[in-house]
Design a binder for this molecule. Sequence first.
Ligand SMILES: Nc1nc2c(ncn2[C@@H]2O[C@H](COP(=O)(O)OP(=O)(O)O)[C@@H](O)[C@H]2O)c(=O)[nH]1
Ligand SMILES: [Mg+2]
Length: 108
Amino acid sequence: MGPIWPSYYGECSALLFVVDAANPTQVSSSCIQLLSILSAAQLASVPVLVLFNKIDLPCYMSRVEMKSLFRMQDIISWATQPITILETSARDGTGLADVLQWLRATLG
Ligand SMILES: Nc1nc2c(ncn2[C@@H]2O[C@H](COP(=O)(O)OP(=O)(O)O)[C@@H](O)[C@H]2O)c(=O)[nH]1
Ligand SMILES: [Mg+2]
């Protein structure tokens, strides 16, 4: 669905970027998608929450591994947006309370 995301940028006041942390084959394309979002002029000051999801699966990559694979420190220093990172499992609910808290604090 990536090609149609820009049609929503104009109405966007907070952005959740969900990464499948159990799928190593998608990390590089996911990183490129994130860079493309972060460089969009319409999103220049929109707070971004990056979710490393599916941490309930035994093969998931840890936050440390994901941050390293994404070169997340470089991205955070380069990006104009405030970026927050959380680990979640949409299946068992891990981390979802923190997502809601972030949304309340960001949109509140
Ligand atoms: N184990 C697990 N499965 C998930 C989680 N979140 C979504 N899914 C499952 O992942 C499937 C959707 O695939 P997904 O990789 O999220 O999306 P897609 O790659 O964009 O199609 C559905 O079967 C969801 O139930 C999670 O946190 N843990
Ligand atoms: Mg998938």
